[in-house]
Write a protein of this length. Structure first.
Length: 513
């Protein structure tokens, strides 16, 4: 492919430009939550005056709308604004995770580890290795979006393949397969925080854990890695068959790890192993330190292990990240280490600001009882259609796909959708875990197709390092095969899970009873 071919504008590219134009008219997520909060306050006043209510099918209790557009409502809002934010579950989870992921990313540990793994893989397995690592990259938050595409370009050039093929393959895997993982990660914790709050609108005692989708996602990770490799090799690779690496001034010698980095990586891996052994030791026995006080199980929702899963992951990233930084010479003292972690927190500033206003909307929506009433009314309407369970879940997937094109933040979308979807499906006997996984599938598969996705401009910048005239149409054209096949694979997998009524994870199933 020549640079001029990348610049061509087809019908698909014009359609995407139109979607981008419309999407850019949407307000910033922060503004959106301010607007939504105001709308909830006003609607609560209108519905309260109109006597809107619903009968809870479980308790028989009549639920009425709490009027927030009143003197007592204003007092409530004013008194609880800070508390709403400080008790917002996703915020605390994210901040703890940043400590570990920040140390691992800013020290260079993640980049060195990925480079080491990729360079040691046989050429025939490089594509699979890149996809597998990229899909699992959300352990470190958004670091994989920044690290994997350029590393994949270098890895592919190292075996004589086109760098754009590497960039597109890695980006597709990271974004379209974002929620899949072999271990419970940050994305699980963030999603569960909203799911738990939404489920408590119906069942105030509902408590599970971030691992409610774990079994399903482990299988997804393996399936998507295999399918992604087939798509990359059979469909995408032929588009990049001709490559002249000489024009990219590529020198493999400059991309090798230095002796200091190799030494740091070896010590970091040892440190990771020791840390993991300590955690495993604390999880063993009939009454483990991290086990539930009554059952002794570490997988129980009340166990220190599950309640502290984000802390565990943060430690497993922080320790090797810090060791790598000191041994490789990246860090001279503890001030350098925590300066790097502080930089990671700076990257989270937009999320912190988002949480301030997102927490208000979530609280107002719950306090007003609008969510519970909408869920009851919605469940009654959906029940009247008597659709098969899998069709309901597929519908949720496609709704999530559509919303995802226009609103890039996963937290922002689920904060809006969870208070409606989760209670509604609970009233139809669906476990919150299956509603959450349906949303997460939809939220993932359209990530690489949306120009509004926050990392779309970044991958465009990576690609333009090699082909300056490349446009959005080329990226979209190479993402569609991945998104389409991932969507089909996930829907088939979910269908099997529902038909066989398999557990999605510890404490997470398909039906409530």
């Amino acid at each position: 492919m020549s640079g001029t071919e990348y610049g061509k504008k087809g019908v698909g590219s014009r359609i995407l430009s139109g979607i981008e134009f419309v999407g850019n008219k949407l307000p910033d997520p922060i503004t959106l939550f301010v607007i939504l909060s105001a709308v909830v306050i006003v609607i609560s006043g209108i519905c309260s005056a109109a006597g809107v209510s619903a009968v809870h099918p479980g308790t028989g209790e009549t639920i009425t709308v709490t009027n927030l557009f009143s003197v007592s409502g204003i007092k409530y809002i004013w008194s609880n604004f800070i508390t709403n934010f400080s008790t917002f579950a996703p915020f605390g989870m994210a901040m703890i995770a940043v400590v570990g992921s920040g140390a691992a990313e800013k020290s260079g540990f993640l980049a060195a580890l990925m480079r080491k793994l990729l360079s040691s893989a046989p050429p025939a397995l490089v594509t699979f290795t890149i996809i597998f690592i990229s899909i699992n990259g959300n352990h470190a938050g958004d670091a994989a979006f920044v690290v994997m595409p350029p590393l994949a370009a270098l890895a592919f050039m190292g075996i004589g393949r086109h760098p754009l093929f590497g960039i597109f393959t890695a980006f597709a895997a990271v974004s379209a397969g974002f929620c899949s993982n072999l271990m419970v990660g940050l994305s699980d914790a963030l999603a569960y925080g909203f799911t738990e709050a939404a489920a408590q609108l119906i069942d105030p005692g509902y408590v599970a854990s971030p691992a409610i989708n774990w079994y399903f996602l482990v299988v997804s990770c393996i399936i998507l890695s295999i399918i992604g490799t087939l798509v990359a090799e059979k469909i995408v690779a032929p588009r990049f068959a001709d490559v002249d690496l000489g024009k990219y001034d590529f020198d493999a010698q400059n991309e090798r790890l230095t002796p200091e980095q190799n030494k740091g990586l070896n010590y970091a891996i040892i440190a990771f192993a020791v840390t993991l052994i300590v955690i495993v030791f604390m999880s063993l026995g009939s009454s483990p330190i991290l086990g539930d006080a009554e059952s002794g199980s570490i997988m129980a929702s009340t166990s220190p292990f599950m309640q502290g899963i984000v802390l565990t992951l943060s430690i497993l990233l922080f320790v090797p990240g810090a060791v790598f930084g000191f041994v490789s010479g990246q860090y001279k003292n503890d001030r350098d280490l925590f300066a790097g972690v502080t930089d990671a927190f700076k990257d989270m500033a937009p999320y912190v600001l988002l949480c301030i206003f997102c927490s208000q909307f979530t609280n107002f929506f719950g306090k007003s009882n609008l969510g519970a009433i909408m869920a009851i009314k919605g469940a009654e309407k959906l029940a009247a259609f008597q659709l098969p369970p899998i069709l309901l879940l597929i519908g949720l997937i496609f709704v999530s796909c559509i919303v995802n094109i226009f609103i890039g933040s996963a937290s922002a979308k689920w904060a809006i959708l969870a208070p409606v979807f989760v209670p509604m499906m609970m009233l139809m006997n669906f476990d919150p875990a299956v509603t959450q996984i349906a949303y997460r599938i939809g939220d993932s598969i359209t990530n690489p197709l949306s120009p509004l996705f926050s990392y779309f401009p970044l991958v465009l910048g990576f690609a333009r390092r090699y082909e300056k005239n490349i446009g959005m149409g080329t990226i979209i054209a190479n993402m569609i095969p991945f998104s389409a096949t991932f969507a089909v694979a996930w829907i088939i997998q979910l269908t099997v899970w529902v038909l066989l009524d398999l557990p999605l994870g510890p404490g997470g199933g398909i039906f409530l009873s």
